[in-house]
Design a protein around this ligand. Structure first.
Ligand code: NAP
Length: 247
């Protein structure tokens, strides 16, 4: 039997990039995966189709994670249909880069609302059910820049540092119910998010990585599967850096 057979997983922002790789990897271990997305229905359907083609179980669900009430509806839908929620992966994220002095209030607030607010909303609503179940795994996508800061990413780095504080606090609050809460801090990963960087920026980033390559979405998915598995049952409140040795 597959290790996660019978488990229900919700992965936010799972149509593309890291989220899609995490959804497929959890499904490969036997979990039923709800693929959340914001606007790109085709990408989400492609993730679902890939899971179904490989014999897994999956469906897509549209919801903007920055909307508190919509997230409540999404979690309710999952629990009403599948009777539980075992794994929550808060992966949805955006960037709106710019130097501090030129950063608009809106660009600051939007990034905080999706990356940090979205993670809070999902934990806030899913934890209610996980507490009743007395089990659960929550995995939040932070970032290396949440640990180090980064010029041009004050909004994004603040949101990811916030995700780390949220992770550690939620881990402490939820531990007595056997719910673990951990973060993954990826380095530079080859997805749509980093595709916008110029070749010269990519080259300079790559040369600063001791392992001399950008990471793949699969590199992050493997870490997420580990944290969601029984093998990680004594790990909570931690930040797992997956960055090729950058930090
Ligand atoms: P990506 O390729 O840009 O994909 C982002 C995903 O998030 C998409 O599926 C998108 O949905 C979804 N999303 C965006 N806003 C949303 C919202 N309001 N509600 C629900 N879903 C939303 O990003 P990625 O590179 O895979 O990154 C995934 C996560 O890893 C993010 O949290 C990111 O900050 C973090 N991370 C990435 C890197 C990197 O180098 N790539 C490094 C460190 C951390 P649609 O497809 O519907 O638009």
């Amino acid at each position: 039997m597959q290790e996660m057979s019978g488990q229900i997983a919700l992965v936010t922002g799972a149509g593309r990039g890291i989220g899609s790789a995490i959804a497929k990897s959890l499904a490969k271990e036997g979990a039923t995966v709800i693929v959340n997305y914001a606007g790109n229905a085709q990408a989400a359907q492609d993730t679902v189709d890939s899971i179904l083609k490989n014999g897994g179980s999956s469906e897509k669900y549209q919801c903007d994670v920055s909307d508190f009430a919509a997230v409540e509806e999404m979690i309710k839908y999952v629990v009403q249909k599948y009777e539980k929620i075992d794994i929550l992966v808060n992966n949805a994220g955006i960037t709106k880069d710019g130097l501090l002095l030129r950063m608009s209030e809106q660009d600051f607030e939007q990034v905080l609302a999706v990356n940090l607010g979205g993670t809070f909303h999902c934990i806030r609503h899913a934890a209610k059910y996980m507490i009743k179940q007395r089990s659960g795994r929550i995995i939040n996508l932070a970032s290396v820049v949440g640990l180090t800061g980064n010029a041009g990413q004050a909004n994004y780095a603040a949101s990811k540092a916030g995700v780390i504080g949220l992770t550690k606090s939620a881990a402490k609050e939820l531990a007595s119910r056997q719910i673990t809460v951990n973060a993954i801090a990826p380095g530079y990963i080859d997805t749509d998010m980093t595709a916008v960087l110029s070749d010269s920026v990519k080259e300079s980033v790559q040369s600063s990585i001791p392992l001399k390559r950008m990471g793949t979405a699969q590199d992050i998915a493997q870490a997420a599967v580990f944290l969601a598995s029984d093998k990680a049952s004594y790990i909570t409140g931690q930040v797992l850096s997956v960055n090729g040795g950058m930090v």
